[in-house]
Each structure stands twice: as C-alpha cells, then as structure tokens.
Design a protein around this ligand. Structure first.
Ligand SMILES: Cc1ncc(COP(=O)(O)O)c(C=O)c1O
Length: 319
C-alpha cells in the first residue's frame, strides 16, 4: 500500500493480505476456518450447522452462506435485542438461516445451554447437527490459518519480502492462533501480532494457547516449539462493536488513499492500532509490515452515519 505507507508507515512498507477478497458474500477470514470445519462435518454426515455471535457476526453470515451452498440447515443464535435486516443479518435471512436474537445478558449466561437445546431440537427432527463455537475458533478452524500462513509465506516470496511483522485483528482468537502457529512452522522469524477488538491480552494468550494445543492434538505434525503469542489490547476503545471517531476517520482515509475498505468492528480498529503503534516507534527492526485484511465489509452498513461524517474529513496528503 504505497500511499498508506507514506501516510502512516513511519519509514516501513505497509502491505495488505487481501483475505477480504476470498469471495463476495463468503468473504473474509471465516471462510478459511469453515473450509476445514465444514470439510470435517461432511465426513461425519452432518446436515445442520448451528453457530453464534453478535447480531452483525461475519462468522454467522459466512456459516449461513456455506450451509446454503451445501444444501444444509443453518441455525444462528445471535446476541442482540432487535434483529434488523441490514448488513450481515440481511444476508443471514437471504441464505435461509433460522435466526434467533437473544437478549445480551441471557446470551452471555446461557449460550452453551441454548446451543445444546437447538441441537437437540434438530436431532428430534432426524437431522445431524454440529455446533460451531464463536468465530469458528477451535483446534479444527485454526487449521485454515495455518494453511493461510503457508500461502502468506509464498506471497512474501513472490513480492520479494524477506521478513515481515504480521498484524491482524483478533476477536475470537482463531485467526491469530492459526497465523501464530503457521508462521512459527513456516517462517519463524516473522512475528504475528493480534490487535484485540474485545477482551484483553490475558484472555487471548489463554485462548490462542488452547486453540493451538487442540490443533496440535489433531495432528502431531503441527508440533512446534518457541511459539510466541503477541496481543495488543490497547485499541479496544469503547468496546466490542463500537469505535471512536479516529477509527472511522482512518477507515475513510484508507478507502480514499488505497481504495480498500475496512470495517469499524475489526479491521479498522486493528489498522488504526497498527498505525498508532508505528507512530510510537513500534517494531523498530521491521522493514515490512503485512496487515491481514480479514474482511467484514457488511459490518460498515450499520455504521453509515459515522463513516459518512468521517469521509468529509480530508485524507492525509501523500504527494
Ligand atoms: C472481519 C473480521 N476480522 C477479524 C475477526 C477476528 O478473527 P478471530 O475471530 O479469528 O479472532 C473477525 C471475527 O471475529 C471478523 O469477522
């Protein structure tokens, strides 16, 4: 991203890995995880996927899309009071998913029981359901980003990048876990940083460790020593799903400088955090930074007003 490098790179080259281009409605990081989860489900004769997330969950939308492609049933338990037909929830409906919005407190306290109840209901109808955890982040899902890391190493060779720091948004931890394990296996000199959009560093250290341990339990060839888990939790801002004005402004500025759209819930927050860290002198030895664009475009629509206001501010001059 030559113009973004001039604006915010602080002397480093900023690159972007376009995982948002993995599909139009199946876009983003969740596709990589679902490739392995749905692949496994197929071998088990599964015909129904049940999953959960926020009302605008990209993972839920991608799961609904996968089910429609495979001719399976899809049930989504989403955290929120008022389901509106906008962004991802509109797509959930178009893909024919059964959507239940659950009041946030009840969701937090009873999610496992709710998922189990729905699975029992589908079994009573003679179906074979599989419950996928939040974000598809488990020992199987993260295989998608071990494969993603292998692909990224090949991309680096093509672009003549000998070493880089990899940065991604982290929400349920699976993308960070897969990339951390994959880079440790294929190019250990490249550190991976997750910029948290919710929760904190301690939470993600434990979650990423668990996911990696589970993945290694599935296939011992993924065993690897000296895995370094790096999480920056300084950019969560007002909380999950909410962003402060500078994040909206950074999204608008990047869109006008590079023609690349980030979202306020995940990628915009993480990219803003990356730029702020660079401005403070982070990664002093790195010459190249690769930001993994994990998708999320449909998440911009519920934030239209804030983004429109941000778009009226001029982008930094790079000439
Ligand atoms: C667009 C987008 N980027 C990043 C993330 C974070 O990925 P992960 O859940 O694997 O931490 C998510 C989902 O949570 C997402 O939807």
């Amino acid at each position: 991203m030559p113009r973004a490098s001039t604006a915010w790179g602080c002397g480093k080259r900023l690159w972007i890995k376009r995982d948002d281009l993995s599909g139009s409605t199946l876009t983003g990081n969740k596709v990589r995880k679902l490739e392995f989860i749905a692949g496994f489900a197929k071998t088990q004769g599964i015909d129904t996927l049940i999953t959960c997330g926020g009302l605008q969950s990209n993972h839920a939308r991608a799961t609904a899309n996968v089910c429609a492609k495979l001719g399976w049933h899809c049930e989504l338990i989403l955290r929120g009071r008022h389901p509106v037909s906008e962004g991802n929830t509109l797509l959930d409906q178009l893909f024919g998913a059964q959507v239940t919005a659950v009041e946030p407190r009840r969701y937090t306290e009873h999610l496992d029981a709710l998922l189990e109840q729905r699975a029992a209901h589908h079994r009573s109808l003679g179906r074979r359901p599989l419950i996928i955890p939040t974000g598809g982040s488990n020992g199987l899902g993260i295989w998608g980003y071990v494969a993603g890391a292998e692909e990224l190493v090949a991309d680096m060779a093509t672009a003549d990048i000998s070493s880089a720091t990899i940065v991604t948004a982290t929400g349920s931890g699976g993308t960070q876990a897969g990339l951390t394990l994959g880079m440790a296996l294929f190019k250990p000199e490249c550190p991976v940083w997750g910029v948290a959009v919710c929760d904190d560093k301690e939470y993600f250290t434990a979650k990423v460790t668990d996911d990696i341990t589970e993945a290694q339990g599935i296939w011992s060839a993924l065993a690897c020593e000296n895995i370094q888990i790096n999480t920056n939790d300084a950019y969560v801002g007002p909380g999950y799903g909410r962003a402060a004005e500078p994040v909206y402004e950074r999204i608008a500025a990047l869109a006008s400088l590079e023609g690349i759209v980030l979202d306020p819930v995940y990628t915009g927050k993480a990219f803003y955090g990356l730029c702020e860290e660079l401005a403070q002198g982070a990664f002093p030895d790195a010459t190249d930074i690769i930001f993994v664009h994990t998708g999320g475009i449909y998440g911009i629509f519920p934030h239209g007003q804030q983004l429109a206001a941000a778009a009226s501010h001029p982008a930094p001059s790079v000439n």
